[in-house]
Write a protein of this length. Structure first.
Length: 172
C-alpha cells in the first residue's frame, strides 16, 4: 500500500514539475526558517538557567546615540543601581557592579613570579547573593578589602595544592 502511494506521488511530481519544484523550494525555505527561529529562541531562553535565581537576574545596558550610530554598552554609572533600587524596591533586592578589563591583561605577582592574566573581574560581594558558586574553600567575609576569589585552575597555577586562604597576590 505504501509502495503504491509513493509511486503515485512520484508520478505527480514528474507530471507537475513547476508546481512540485515550487512546493519543494517553499517547504525547504519554511523548514530552514523554522529551524533558525527555533535556534534563536532556544539560545535566548537558555542563558543562566542553571542559576537558582535566573528569573531575577537582569543586565542593565545603556544606549548611546552618537551621530547616526546607535551604540549599546553594559557600562552604567554606579549611582544608577542605588537610585533604581530606591525607585523600584519591590523589583530590585540586590545589585552589584561587575567590571572587567576587556581584552587587556592584568599583571599579577606572586613569590617573585609575574603572570599576565586575562578574564580578570572586579565586583562587589553582592554577586554571591545573585549567582550560585561552589567554593572549595571560602573566606569568612567577602566584604573585607583586598579579598579575592580565584578559580581552581588559578589556585593550582599560583599555589599548587596548598590552601590559598590568607596568602597574598599583588595585582599591578
Amino acid at each position: 500500500m505504501l509502495k503504491n502511494f509513493l509511486k503515485i506521488a512520484f508520478r505527480n511530481l514528474l507530471r507537475h514539475k513547476f508546481f512540485s519544484l515550487a512546493n519543494i523550494i517553499s517547504f525547504s525555505i519554511g523548514l530552514a526558517l523554522l529551524t533558525l527561529v527555533s535556534l534563536y529562541v532556544f539560545d535566548e531562553f537558555s542563558f543562566d538557567t542553571f542559576q537558582t535565581k535566573s528569573e531575577q537576574i537582569y543586565r542593565v545596558a545603556t544606549v548611546y546615540h552618537k551621530d547616526s550610530t546607535l551604540l549599546e554598552s553594559a557600562l552604567t554609572p554606579y549611582p544608577l543601581a542605588q537610585s533604581l533600587q530606591k525607585k523600584y524596591p519591590e523589583l530590585i533586592d540586590n545589585y552589584f557592579r561587575l567590571f572587567n578589563f576587556q581584552n587587556s591583561s592584568i599583571l599579577i605577582k606572586h613569590k617573585k613570579k609575574n603572570f599576565n592574566e586575562k578574564n580578570f573581574f572586579i565586583t562587589d560581594s553582592a554577586i554571591f547573593n545573585a549567582f550560585d558558586f561552589d567554593f572549595i574553600s571560602a573566606p569568612q567575609n567577602f566584604n573585607e578589602i583586598n579579598t579575592a576569589v580565584i578559580s581552581e585552575s588559578i589556585q593550582k597555577k599560583y599555589f599548587g595544592h596548598s590552601n590559598p586562604l590568607g596568602k597574598e597576590l599583588l595585582i599591578d
